[in-house]
Design a protein around this ligand. Structure first.
Ligand code: AP5
Length: 221
């Protein structure tokens, strides 16, 4: 059955880290709205310019931009058997837009749709965010502090890791506010539909992945 997984959780809760592993193991495309928007910014497109204004303030990018990007991406061939949505939807309005996209791409077909909620207290997350580094080549996510790295170099690609511009204390705080105001209410919405599976995201990376994999295997076909 087509697997349609939605990852929701505060910034730094580990959605990206876990999606990369699940995507490899289950051969599901990783649809990361933040990364798609950052690629638009890097390309210098008009969409990227508009997105950048919001991202640097920790605010949501306008719905017409994100939902169009997602709709087009989910129609691509590699999403035929499923996908992992990491960072979409992030508001009730986006959840309604996603309902319409699902109607369009799936019609009456039965799918394995699940929402994984990465539950964790906010306290530890700023520390995770300001120490996050990413490989610009393979996309792997690292943490200078928790992974005790001697140097900020990707062990697979041997190139210098980069830091996201929005991973500062100030922007992180704005992102948390945006998350709790706009995104967190989706847990209630999806719980009422019986779709939510809560993951204890405060555990170490391997333990979180074990929980996630178990939940996927239990729910999948
Ligand atoms: P986006 O890129 O999606 O950022 P986010 O939601 O804030 O989430 P993060 O990527 O910061 O965190 P994560 O949960 O993926 O954590 P990660 O695995 O990297 O969005 C950026 C911006 O784009 C938004 O602010 C918004 O402006 C815009 N945007 C995106 N989607 C949008 C949408 N749908 N609508 C409108 N605007 C949108 O891990 C973080 C760190 O913690 C890493 O260093 C990692 O190594 C470490 N770590 C991970 N797991 C663990 C663990 N279990 N224990 C210890 N450390 C861990």
């Amino acid at each position: 059955m087509k697997r349609e997984y939605i990852f929701i959780g505060p910034p730094g809760s580990g959605k990206g880290t876990q999606t990369i592993m699940l995507s490899r193991d289950f051969k599901l495309p990783h649809i990361d709205t933040g990364a798609l928007l950052r690629a638009e910014i890097a390309s210098g497109s008009e969409i990227g310019e508009r997105a950048n204004e919001r991202i640097k303030k920790g605010q949501l990018v306008p719905i017409e931009i994100v939902s169009e990007i997602i709709k087009n991406r989910l129609k691509e061939k590699d999403c035929e058997n499923g996908f992992i949505l990491d960072g979409y939807p992030r508001s009730l309005e986006q959840a309604q837009a996603l309902d319409r996209i699902f109607e369009e791409i799936d019609g009456q077909n039965k799918t394995d749709r699940k929402v994984f909620y990465f539950e964790i207290e906010e306290d530890s997350l700023v520390e995770r965010l300001i120490n996050r580094r990413t490989c610009p080549k393979c996309g792997e996510i690292f943490n200078l502090k928790t992974m005790k790295m001697d140097k900020a170099v990707c062990p697979h690609c041997n190139i210098e890791l980069t830091q996201r511009k929005d991973d500062t204390v100030e922007v992180a705080k704005a992102r948390f506010e945006t998350y709790f105001r706009e995104t967190h209410p989706l847990i209630d919405l999806y719980s009422k539909r019986g779709l939510v599976c809560t993951i204890d995201a405060a555990q170490d990376i391997k333990t979180v992945y074990a929980q996630l994999k178990k939940a996927v295997e239990k729910n999948g076909n």
